[in-house]
Design a protein around this ligand. Structure first.
Ligand code: ATP
Ligand code: MG
Length: 481
């Protein structure tokens, strides 16, 4: 029987304490064959050295849903120092959240020590904005809890004035760890000791009913970490779940606080939101909740400035999702192009009509976009530059017949530029002839090729031979005087 009651502890979320529900091996569908071999090795080694070792988080959720997990996370009662001593391939990372990375040949397994909510006498507040990305402090050395022996240590738990968690390194029990996770469906654990599944909240029943529900008070949990709002949207869209109605209301009311999260984290989360096959439903949820307007006010205004714009971007994201489903996940620059390309092209056109050369107009539109975007979300400069190149490449692809197509194919941005050409042909019906030409060229099909270019290369422009001038003694004299 599940015994449950609620407590509200100082500065913490409303936490539901309950006896965990333990589902023995024969009562659930997770088999060790489905578990990543390196994660399994890690679990066994921790167990063999007497530590508790669980698979936790999204992988348990996805295995129960019969989906392929994106990664396998391990949680243990071994401290980061003990993990490091146990695994030679271990590197400790993270200041906000200290954890161990185990480096295997072609992957990294993340191992975290069970965390607890901060004891009230240890909660430190920080009035500056560490971790938000605005006005950063020089980094302090991370210190492991068990290795701290002096009073000048950095606090293990740190929150800002608004309750956002900046540092979270207080170790705890498996149960405390589960209850600190974001959503009930992400608080399930798989115990390597007896192969059971452990549910510390209402994860299993929410999984059955396909509901996204935060653990504890949604207001507190979204304030502690605004990125959880994006995670709620992501899981709802990618897993076809519903965000619990009361939670959705609070999410909408707090959506304007999303820019408080660190810009680098927001970029990482943006990629997960839009790159993995559910960009179209993500856009609807972000738009409906106010998250889109809070993150990209200019873009959101453009989107709603004309009903045609929304349809255009929606169709473009549908094509992006189709790409993912067909086994070619879009690169970050391509996703940015699919989402923001149409507005950038429109902006470019406006400037071009004002008399600015097209290339210059595009550079200016991209520069302004990057400046606005990077205030809240850090796009790496090289990704921003590739976005600009994809758009700058388009006129050369549209030109029929193209100049020196073989040379164009060898350019690094060609594949992404072609993918964007395909997206815009499908969404706007533009440049279909160009797309057909390029498809034929790339498949090397001479029958479909326009006759004048069927030899794989458009006729190069004939160069005039330059004649060398004979030195003119009179002229030379005139020039030197
Ligand atoms: P996926 O890997 O499929 O994107 P996930 O739920 O596994 O989804 P991860 O980012 O891998 O997401 O995180 C692993 C687990 O860590 C989550 O399932 C959740 O339990 C916990 N977690 C991640 N981010 C947060 C957060 N911001 N707040 C609380 N818990 C979190
Ligand atoms: Mg995961």
């Amino acid at each position: 029987m599940i015994i449950s009651f609620f407590v509200r502890s100082a500065g913490c979320a409303m936490i539901r304490l309950m006896q965990p529900l333990i589902i023995p091996r024969k009562g659930h569908s997770i088999s060790r064959k489905q578990v990543n071999p390196n994660a399994l090795r890690t679990l066994y080694r921790l167990r063999d050295y007497g530590f508790i070792a669980y698979l936790v988080g999204g992988c348990v959720r996805d295995l129960l849903l019969k989906r392929t997990p994106t990664d396998f996370d391990v949680a243990t009662n071994a401290t980061p120092g003990q993990i490091k001593r146990l695994f030679r391939n271990c590197r400790l990372v993270g200041r906000r959240f200290r954890l161990a990375h185990l480096h295997f040949k072609d992957e990294i397994i993340e191992v975290s020590t069970f965390r607890a909510a901060a004891p009230t006498d240890e909660v430190d507040t920080d009035t500056d904005t560490e971790g938000t990305g605005h006005g950063k402090k020089p980094p302090r050395h991370p210190v492991e809890a068990e290795e701290v022996g002096h009073s000048k240590r950095p606090p293990r738990h740190l929150i800002d004035d608004d309750g956002m968690v900046l540092r979270d390194n207080v170790f705890g029990t498996p149960e405390e760890d589960a209850l600190r996770r974001d959503f009930t469906i992400n608080a399930l654990a798989y115990n390597i000791l007896d192969y059971s599944v452990i549910d510390y909240s209402t994860g299993l029943s929410d999984l059955k009913q396909r509901i996204i529900r935060p653990i504890g008070d949604p207001f507190v949990r979204f304030t502690e970490d605004p990125v959880r709002m994006l995670r709620a949207v992501r899981f709802a869209a990618s897993h076809n779940f519903v965000i619990e109605p009361a939670t959705w209301e609070i999410l909408c009311s707090l959506s304007s606080t999303i820019p408080r999260a660190a810009p680098a984290r927001l970029y990482e989360e943006m990629l997960k939101l839009f790159q993995y096959g559910s960009a179209r439903p993500v856009l609807s949820l972000m738009d409906g909740s106010g998250l889109l307007a809070a993150l990209f006010p200019g873009f959101s205004q453009w989107l709603h400035g004309d009903s045609h714009h929304l349809t255009l971007v929606q169709t473009s994201l549908e094509c992006l999702d189709e790409l993912y489903r067909s086994g070619t996940p879009p690169s970050p620059p391509l996703f940015l192009a699919a989402l923001f390309g149409p507005s950038l092209e429109e902006e470019t056109l406006v400037r071009h009509r004002d008399g600015i050369p097209r290339q210059q107009a595009l550079d200016a539109a991209c520069a302004i976009f990057m400046e606005e975007f990077c205030k809240t979300v850090t796009i790496p400069a090289r990704v921003g530059d590739r976005l600009r190149r994809i758009l700058a490449f388009q006129p050369s692809l549209h030109r029929m017949p193209p100049r020196r197509p073989a040379a164009m194919v060898s350019r690094p941005e060609f594949a992404e530029a072609m993918a964007y050409l395909r997206l815009s042909a499908e969404t706007r019906g533009e440049n279909r002839t160009a797309l057909e030409w390029w498809d034929a060229f790339l498949s090397d099909d001479p029958s479909v090729m326009p006759p004048e270019t069927s030899n794989n290369e458009a006729p190069a422009k004939r160069r005039r031979k330059r004649r060398r001038r004979r030195p003119n003694s009179v002229q030379a004299v005139v020039d030197t005087t």
